[in-house]
Design a protein around this ligand. Structure first.
Ligand SMILES: Nc1ncnc2c1ncn2[C@@H]1O[C@H](COP(=O)(O)OP(=O)(O)OP(=O)(O)O)[C@@H](O)[C@H]1O
Ligand SMILES: [Mg+2]
Length: 258
């Protein structure tokens, strides 16, 4: 996955917003090699989620291009874009709003599979396997989201993303809503999945410590721009940008707590 000069202008917040828009992402270029975990850190409001949504064309960029497998997403017609989008999935921070409270786990996981024409027998098998893989007993598949803990719900959300056999996952603060003990379990699950399924991750967080544990490369975002990008070890050893230094200084006990 590669993005080149992505700009995203949000319109419509106040009079100024309507007139000029707000440049939430400002000329961002990143390249994520297959099989890698690319970390994106930055303070709240710096544009991380906006960038993620632009990459997936959920909220297309105002300008710039996104290339997936060498194909520019902006050039695709809707049916083809949908195909590419299935190969890229996103997991958000809040598993409560991600799952429809009126749908059973089974129905949530079936939805996408029905859309792509998978028959019932294959759906059942796939859902069983995926729930197993994320550590949810498939005997619970007829239950509703409120019957699960937050951590279990995030596992279900992950299983749902995997129904589409994605190659690339954007993890947008996937553990920020979880207790620390549960965070580690979900991170371990994500690391196992990455290995077993040959996935590529864009891992978004404002926890530089977590990012330094997981990621091969880290980019630091500040005010809509990437202000620094380097292999994780190099970034930790020689933070260039003042914001990166502040982030590092704010980790209790220094990086490497994990
Ligand atoms: N739909 C929208 N319309 C207008 N402004 C928006 C919209 N979505 C986000 N913004 C603004 O764009 C900026 C970037 O928001 P974004 O959600 O991308 O930040 P973030 O880095 O993901 O923050 P957080 O760490 O809190 O999730 C913020 O100033 C936000 O208020
Ligand atoms: Mg965000």
């Amino acid at each position: 996955m590669q993005c080149r000069n992505i700009v995203k202008i949000h319109r419509g917040r106040g009079v100024e917003g309507e007139r000029h828009g707000f440049r939430a992402v400002d000329n961002v270029s990143i390249e994520i090699e297959r099989g890698r975990i690319f970390g994106l850190v930055g303070e709240s409001g710096c544009g991380k989620t906006t960038l993620a949504r632009a990459i997936l064309y959920l909220d297309p960029p105002t300008s710039g291009s996104v290339l997936f497998d060498g194909v520019e997403l902006g050039s695709l017609k809707p049916p083809m874009l949908r195909k590419y989008r299935k190969r890229m999935q996103i997991i958000f921070q809040d598993p409560h709003s991600a799952l429809d409270p009126r749908m059973t786990v089974y129905d949530s996981l079936s939805e996408g599979l029905i859309n792509i024409g998978v028959d019932k027998a294959r759906r059942d098998k796939k859902i069983r396997e995926l729930l197993d893989r994320v550590g949810i007993s498939s005997t619970y598949s007829r239950r509703f989201p409120h019957e699960f803990s937050t951590g279990q719900r995030q596992r279900i959300v992950i299983a749902r993303a995997l129904t589409m056999d994605p190659e690339f996952l954007i993890l947008d603060e996937p553990v920020s809503n979880l207790d620390v003990s549960i965070q580690a379990q979900i991170i371990n699950l994500l690391m196992d999945l990455k290995k077993d399924l040959n996935l590529t991750y864009l891992f978004i967080s404002h926890d530089l410590n977590l990012v330094s544990y997981m990621c091969d490369v880290v980019a630091v975002m500040f005010g809509g721009r990437i202000v620094e990008q380097a292999p994780t070890e190099a970034l930790l050893a020689h933070p260039g940008h003042p914001y990166t230094r502040r982030l590092l200084a704010s980790i209790p006990g220094g990086a490497g707590r994990f």
